[in-house]
Design a protein around this ligand. Structure first.
Ligand code: MD3
Ligand code: FE
Length: 203
């Protein structure tokens, strides 16, 4: 397996069980305001296996017309809810020199969901890291290099773990191969939530 790309940091168990429960309670309120939606692939309209929502001034969406950031929920037309304070504190802790995050993408994985190998390049700037928080069942995460053909390495993301994707790793190919059912008791019905905090604009 390849070594992890430069700039990738995993912070295992960053959030305590109590902090995870508090964050989950806050997220449930966010998702009342901004319900999970199922994105579809541009052009083909093929549905994602992951459902999504967002908080923050901007949110990432995918529909038949493409991938983009927008300020409103695609179904309700309402502005996205605020990014919870616990996540702003996390950003300031692990990326103190970066400007504040503008988007927090919320991915919800049922145990059968996955996410194919991709790069995150819909943002205007790649200077700031992407910061990821995992909640619920453990995922098998794959990360490679900046070329799709580069060798990849696989690691597990468990509930409470934080991953920081800065430097060259910011443009690394990555994906979620599978969710390991029954590996966490945080979510009553199983599955996994991943939060990604991002800087989107150069302003
Ligand atoms: C590596 N999410 O939302 S989190 C995504 O678990 C995404 O839901 C996955 O890939 C998930 O785009 C992986 C870890 C992660 C997040 C962003 C990255 C790894 C990354 C951006 C660049 C490189
Ligand atoms: Fe990604």
């Amino acid at each position: 397996a390849a070594s992890q790309p430069e700039g990738f940091r995993l912070l295992p168990g960053y959030f305590s069980r109590t902090a995870q429960e508090e964050l989950l309670e806050t997220l449930r309120m966010v998702l009342v305001d901004a319900p999970l939606f199922r994105p579809v692939m541009p052009r083909t309209g093929k549905p994602f296996s992951v459902r999504m929502s967002n908080c923050g001034p901007l949110g990432w969406v995918s529909d038949i017309n493409g991938y983009r950031y927008q300020s409103v929920h695609p179904a309700t037309g309402n502005p996205w809810p605020l990014i919870p304070n616990a996540l702003l504190q996390l950003w300031r802790d692990v990326a103190p020199d970066a400007r504040e995050p503008e988007a927090c993408l919320i991915n919800f994985y049922e145990t059968s969901a996955k996410m194919g190998l991709h790069q995150d390049r819909d943002e205007e700037t790649f200077d700031a890291p992407v910061i990821s928080v995992s909640l619920g069942d453990t995922a098998t995460f794959r990360i490679g290099g900046t070329n799709r053909k580069d060798p990849t390495t696989s690691l597990r993301l468990s509930s409470g773990d934080v991953a920081v994707l800065g430097g060259p790793s910011r443009l690394a190919f990555h994906g979620i191969d599978r969710i390991l059912p029954g590996t966490s008791t945080l979510l009553k019905n199983g599955g996994r939530i991943n939060l990604t905090l991002r800087r989107v604009t150069r302003d």
